[in-house]
Design a protein around this ligand. Structure first.
Ligand code: PMV
Length: 314
């Protein structure tokens, strides 16, 4: 197999607006439902070279211990593309955002690695194939192949060949997103485990696929018609419903900190006072805010610690 001396690639973080929550196949990362996300300008840059005696992984300038779950997940992914068992990689990866802080760096990480692998081995994969390969590393990574709004179609086939992401051509230049970072610590429970536990034990989970079907219709319509109230309400509702399945799992998964609840309350109060402000959350304690350009200064006044998350439209 031909390969280059070095290959380097970037992929964006994506923030799910209608969440991927639940798998129909855990090995292939096949989801129960479709999901929809927005890609950001920040993300992960990964470079790949041939290594010597074992895979060597550097994350944000530090060598990653082989015992860590990050190392093991990455090696499992590399096993999918290793030309033979004695071929090793040296991988350097850098995140613009905190790893495992609920800003979905595993999505940008596996997407960047997929794009780097494609360049390294000169595979010339199509976007569909890239999305399917990224999905094997982390489900949500299949959406980080594209900028802007991206929809991951769940697919029906057992081999997962129809489960990949596609871009939605609509853009929304007035849409704004920001993060309230409340904790940068590694999560106590991985999103993978939280998802599996919600599916297996939450009495609310059986309703989730129906809810996603409804939310997806509303979100697509809101994007087409630029109906921000519908967009925000649906995104917020979907995120809180996902957390409700975690809260009602056993043992419960509760990512929220006191400060998380404080931020949620403040968003709800601001809305009662007439501000068009909504929230979404990944599987973690941090909160992302959704608002329009016209309200930017008002939102910043209310949340001085707001970290702007710039959306990548192209
Ligand atoms: O792709 P994973 O296994 O990291 O799961 C991501 C799950 C959420 O971020 C909570 C939702 C989503 O659609 O990204």
């Amino acid at each position: 197999m031909n390969y280059r001396e070095e290959a380097c690639a970037f992929a964006p973080v994506n923030i799910a607006i209608v969440k991927y929550w639940g798998k129909r196949n855990k090995i292939l990362n096949l989801p129960v439902t479709d999901s929809l996300s927005l890609s950001l300008k920040v993300g992960t840059t990964t470079s790949l070279r041939e290594g010597k005696e074992k895979d060597e992984i550097e994350l944000n300038g530090k060598i990653v211990a082989p015992e860590s779950s990050f190392y093991q997940r990455t090696v499992r992914f590399l096993d999918l593309v290793r030309p033979h068992p004695h071929f090793f990689f040296t991988l350097k990866t850098k995140n613009d955002i905190p790893t495992a802080a609920g800003i979905a760096s595993s999505a940008s990480g596996f997407a960047a690695l997929t794009l780097a692998v494609n360049k390294f081995f000169q595979l010339d994969l199509t976007k569909k194939e890239l999305s399917c390969l990224a999905r094997r590393g982390s489900g949500s990574a299949c959406r980080s192949i594209y900028p802007g709004f991206v929809r991951w179609q769940a697919g029906k086939l057992k081999d997962g060949s129809d489960s990949y992401a596609k871009p939605i051509s609509d853009t929304w230049s007035d849409l704004r997103m920001g993060a309230i970072l409340l904790s940068e610590e590694e999560k106590p429970v991985s999103s993978r485990e939280a998802m599996a536990r919600s599916v297996a034990t939450s009495p609310l989970y059986p309703f989730w696929p129906t809810l996603v079907l409804q939310d997806m219709k509303k979100i697509v319509k809101s994007i087409r018609t630029k109906d921000f109230a519908l967009f925000g309400q649906t995104a917020e509702h979907n995120a809180l419903a996902m957390h409700a399945t975690m809260h009602t799992a056993f043992p419960p998964v509760f990512y929220w900190l006191e400060k998380t609840v404080e931020v949620i309350q403040r968003v709800l109060h601001a809305r009662q006072d007439g501000l068009q402000l909504f929230l979404t959350m990944h599987a973690g304690p941090n909160v992302k805010l959704l608002f329009l350009k016209k309200d930017e200064s008002e939102v910043k006044k209310l949340f001085p610690q707001l970290l702007p998350l710039e959306i990548a439209w192209s």
